[in-house]
Design a protein around this ligand. Structure first.
Ligand SMILES: NC(=O)c1ccc[n+]([C@@H]2O[C@H](COP(=O)([O-])OP(=O)(O)OC[C@H]3O[C@@H](n4cnc5c(N)ncnc54)[C@H](O)[C@@H]3O)[C@@H](O)[C@H]2O)c1
Length: 378
């Protein structure tokens, strides 16, 4: 329950940061060791361990000396290397966190499984459906788990929306409308691999498509349209960066996804990511990076829970909204709790690969202009 007066919210050294410990607490020396590869977004994961109750930062790997130095400053005492095998060989690393460019995820997951490690892989878990079988086989052979780092799911308003949904506040979900819109010129400049090393149907839509699948279950068919914006064209993009998708689930419920990575101003009334749940007995809107979730009480009065004051320190650590410290800490602790207590985790490898196949069907629909069935064995 997202209630800052609850004893689970314990103060830390940061003036407004709190440690949630909602997934459990162990003494530092008994926590699962985290080794991270890819120390840009992965740097955030190492820092996020400061508020973890179940994991601790022990190692980091990046080809860049500058990134390794920054990681040691942020997490003093950790082992750093540019040699992935050296990190994989360490006994104090129990979980590998993967934050390399999308095209490397398959290789880095398989090598982690072969070294006997559990894996957290950031979204998109892969960006090529043809790699799915090899990754699934490696996970089964090693008998190790994977958690997809779907940060949006683990962000406070989305956790709270889910909690209310599971408590029956909205009845059955019937329609789910999700978007992730974000102007990305800064990202092309920071990470040039984004221009031709991936597709926005994976890199960006992985947030809203995961939300839709979380609520509607496996998706039967998708129909997508897209275009390349003038901003995308300016950076040499050859694939669409503005994409709209209609989705129908195996259970006949419907969803809609929008992702635009080349637009300009974001009106104050809208958020970068929104999850609009329409249920048989009520509706709810969760937002990112605003820390707000909206729903209605039994009389129809609108209620807005705003966690800005209580949780900005936990989610952002400073005034720059949009950092991912809190979500990352949440999903590592959630995953560690599942491992330690032998409980299933979500999204796990199978669910993540099913979402990958849904995104693959979206790419195919963009290319053909036709509705495409999501490939599934049974
Ligand atoms: N909301 C989220 O969860 C979120 C947000 C941003 C990025 N991401 C994901 O994180 C991944 C990385 O994105 P980014 O923005 O940090 O990219 P980036 O280009 O800024 O950083 C990638 C890092 O990986 C390092 N690297 C590349 N190949 C390597 C190798 N073989 N061995 C070791 N290090 C290597 C690079 O030196 C670089 O520091 C992407 O898959 C992206 O989708 C997730």
């Amino acid at each position: 329950m997202a209630n800052p007066t609850h004893p689970d919210f314990l103060p830390t050294g940061h003036p407004t940061a709190v440690s949630r410990y909602r997934f459990g607490f162990r003494k530092p020396e008994e926590r699962l060791g985290l080794g991270v590869i890819g120390l840009h977004e992965g740097h955030t994961a190492l820092v996020a361990m400061r508020t973890s109750g179940l994991c601790r930062a022990v190692a980091g790997c990046d080809l860049s000396q500058e990134k390794r130095d920054a990681a040691v400053s942020a997490a003093p005492g950790i082992f750093v290397t540019d040699d992935y095998d050296a990190m994989l060989a360490r006994n104090d690393v129990h979980i590998i966190g993967i934050y390399t460019p999308d095209t490397f995820h398959a290789e880095h997951i398989i090598r982690a499984f072969e070294a006997g490690k559990h894996v957290v892989c950031t979204k998109p878990v892969l960006n090529d459906p043809s790699q799915a079988a090899a990754v699934r086989d490696a996970g089964r052979k090693a008998n190790r788990r994977l958690q997809v780092g779907q940060s949006t799911r683990f962000y406070e308003p989305f956790q709270r929306q889910r909690e209310l949904f599971e408590a029956g506040a909205f009845g059955d979900v019937e329609v789910f409308d999700a978007h992730y819109n974000h102007r990305m010129d800064w990202y092309y400049e920071k990470s040039p691999w984004v221009v031709d090393g991936t597709h926005w149907a994976y890199l960006g839509l992985s947030h809203p498509v995961d939300l839709i699948r979380w609520y509607l279950g496996p998706i039967r068919e998708v129909h997508a349209y897209g275009m390349t914006t003038s901003l995308g064209q300016r950076f040499g993009l050859k694939t669409p960066d503005a994409i709209t998708v209609n989705l129908i689930a195996e259970n006949a419920k419907v969803g809609r996804v929008l992702g635009n990575y080349g637009f300009h101003e974001l009106p104050k009334a809208r958020a970068l990511i929104e999850g609009f749940l329409m249920g048989s007995e009520g509706t709810s809107l969760a937002r990112y990076p605003d820390l707000r979730v909206t729903y209605h009480d039994k009389q129809g009065t609108e209620i807005e829970e705003d966690f800005h004051h209580a949780l900005s320190g936990y989610y952002f650590r400073h005034e720059l909204k949009g950092m991912h410290y809190g979500e990352f800490c949440n999903y590592y602790d959630y995953f560690a709790n599942c491992i330690l207590n032998n409980k299933p985790n979500s999204p796990d490898l199978d669910e993540g690969l099913d979402t990958l196949l849904t995104m693959g069907a979206i790419v195919q629909s963009l290319e053909t202009g036709q509705p495409v069935k999501v490939p599934r064995d049974s």
